[in-house]
Ligand binder design. Structure first.
Ligand SMILES: C[S@@+](CC[C@H](N)C(=O)[O-])C[C@H]1O[C@@H](n2cnc3c(N)ncnc32)[C@H](O)[C@@H]1O
Length: 178
């Protein structure tokens, strides 16, 4: 079965707004929104950062953004970028899935495989004192993500959790240890 690359971007949802709550007061020079989709979070970041870049693997999603933003790159995570960022954010595709049928939501086995690809890539684009904030869920093995991210040499903290009807959203912060 082929990956589902919808021609539409993911519509901002509870997980988007949960991440928004934690980034709207962040300040700095450069910010990156990985898996930017509709552009909603990049738009939030553009209020308090001078340079905001959004990436997404889904080119059609970037072309049809409902919150139009600039500086968009179609690539895996931050693989095509050489810049370093003060803040990186990502509302992960976190659902545990055997296959990637919907690229917007499926995180692969245990909901760990795609998030780890994204985290490994993002680490290369963090400034020495930069931080990466991402959302995952109780529907994934998020403890495994935390452990694997620590093994990359990042300082990891669960900053917040939010109970929804069928899952709990988890907000994770990963920082370079300096
Ligand atoms: C849950 S949606 C979040 C969209 C938007 N940021 C929001 O919060 O409303 C995840 C997004 O990540 C993108 N994505 C999935 N895997 C990716 C990867 N490896 N690199 C970059 N983007 C990816 C999807 O196309 C989708 O737009």
């Amino acid at each position: 079965m082929q990956n589902k690359l919808s021609t539409e971007s993911y519509k901002p949802a509870e997980d988007t707004f949960f991440l928004e709550d934690h980034i709207k007061n962040e300040r700095g020079n450069c910010a990156l929104d990985i898996g930017s989709g509709s552009g909603y979070l990049a738009r939030v970041l553009s209020k308090s950062f001078s340079i905001v870049v959004g990436t997404d693997v889904n080119f059609d999603a970037l072309k049809t953004q409902s919150s139009k933003t600039t500086n968009l790159v179609c690539c895996n995570a931050s693989d095509a970028l050489l810049m370093k960022f003060d803040l990186i954010v990502c509302n992960m595709p976190y659902l545990a899935s055997y296959e990637i049928l919907d690229i917007a939501t499926d995180g692969g086995p245990e909901g760990v495989v795609i998030p780890m690809k994204i985290i490994i890539s993002a680490k290369n684009c963090l400034k020495p004192d930069g931080k990466f904030l991402f959302v995952t869920s109780s529907l994934s093995n998020y403890q495994k993500i935390v452990e694997k991210t620590k093994k990359l040499g990042l300082e990891v903290e669960i900053l917040d959790k939010k109970k929804l009807f069928f899952e709990e959203l988890i907000l994770v912060q990963a920082k370079n240890s300096i």
